[in-house]
Design a protein around this ligand. Sequence first.
Ligand SMILES: Nc1nc2c(c(=O)[nH]1)N[C@H]1C(S)=C(S)[C@@H](COP(=O)(O)O)O[C@H]1N2
Ligand SMILES: [Mo]
Length: 245
Amino acid sequence: MAEQTVADSNDAAGRPVGRRIVLGMLGLGVLGVAFGDHLQSIESAFLRPLEERDPTGLSALIPAGDTFRFYSITGDEPERTSSDYQLTVDGLVDRPATLSLDDLNAMPQTTMIKDFQCVTGWRVPQVHWSGVALPDLLDHVGVQKGATALQFTSFDGAYTESLTLEQARRRDVLVATQMLGGAVSRAHGGPVRLYVAPMYGYKSCKWLGGIKVTSRVTPGFWEQNGYDVDAWVGKSNGRGDAPTS
Ligand SMILES: Nc1nc2c(c(=O)[nH]1)N[C@H]1C(S)=C(S)[C@@H](COP(=O)(O)O)O[C@H]1N2
Ligand SMILES: [Mo]
């Protein structure tokens, strides 16, 4: 029943789709169907266009494994070269900034080796990441009084995400310029993506274009479609995964 709702709204974009999916989930709850299965169908509803481009069709059939799947809610991979890339940081900050890739590379760099886990179940262990720790970027622009949250926007023109200011001050939240031992590839959201180590993959906004410091949390794209706003691996979304390491 709920799957039908999702499929019906597959080709539509934006908010009305979200409401219908949330209604579908309430129905599912009454039926006692596992929440995790439904998350899979929410993501597939939006991601089908990309999977259809996989000529083997195998990526859609492999439920989990140690490899990344490439996600894009718009169905394509927007392009910014390393020379025309810009990250806008504004909102409740003392020094709004427009940062080039060179600017980001000139800031103190943070490196970590950590898992990447999608809420649908797949996890890639021990991925190499580096870039600017988000708290360092926040210190660079100066957060003003009254700020409690951050909104992230993608230059794909559609994806958004959020963190509370407290979450954004963690040292394992990265404005990532490197991943898997090289520049973040276009398919993985390069030249710059967010990486939120302790949270499910949907927090890790690809093709990062803007960071706005705000006075309240603005739920992101998936949250408007039923995901938890707090995305802690192992605690949120009713999944019960082991925490990532
Ligand atoms: N712009 C954008 N960012 C995104 C997504 C997306 O569709 N568009 N999908 C999210 C989800 S649900 C996951 S699991 C990861 C997947 O990252 P990958 O495509 O590099 O494997 O990206 C996240 N960031
Ligand atoms: Mo995901």
